[in-house]
Design a protein around this ligand. Structure first.
Ligand code: ZN
Length: 111
């Protein structure tokens, strides 16, 4: 996955992104903030891969099934193993099949 800024092309550390209030939003207790590049201050949005959304859906279904049908230690353990397996498979899939997928795109809200 490509973690570079779409504006300045510098590599971004997800832990060091800025959080900015979009223009037109109130600055006191804003409804939401946007990630921004610490190098050029470009407002960004996270570009999730479609497989990430599908993996999240699988994890939510696993969690709901455990809560609905069996709150048993074995069922919870199997669900946790399944969730970890989905996360591991997702990381492997993206690493091998989408190494150039852009993690960040320019924000449509702030533009
Ligand atoms: Zn930048």
């Amino acid at each position: 996955m490509n973690h570079s800024c779409p504006q300045c092309r510098k590599e971004l550390d997800p832990q060091k992104l800025l959080r900015v209030v979009p223009s037109g939003q109130r600055t006191f207790l804003p409804l939401y903030t946007l990630p921004a590049c610490p190098h050029c201050s470009a407002e960004l949005r996270v570009n999730t891969h479609p497989v990430e959304n599908q993996a999240l859906a699988v994890q939510v279904v696993l969690g709901v099934l455990v809560l609905l049908f069996e709150v048993h230690l074995l069922a919870i353990t199997l669900a946790l193993v399944g969730i970890i397996g989905v996360q591991f498979s997702l990381a492997q899939f993206i690493r091998s099949n989408a190494p150039d997928w852009p993690r960040y795109l320019p924000s449509r809200i702030g533009a």
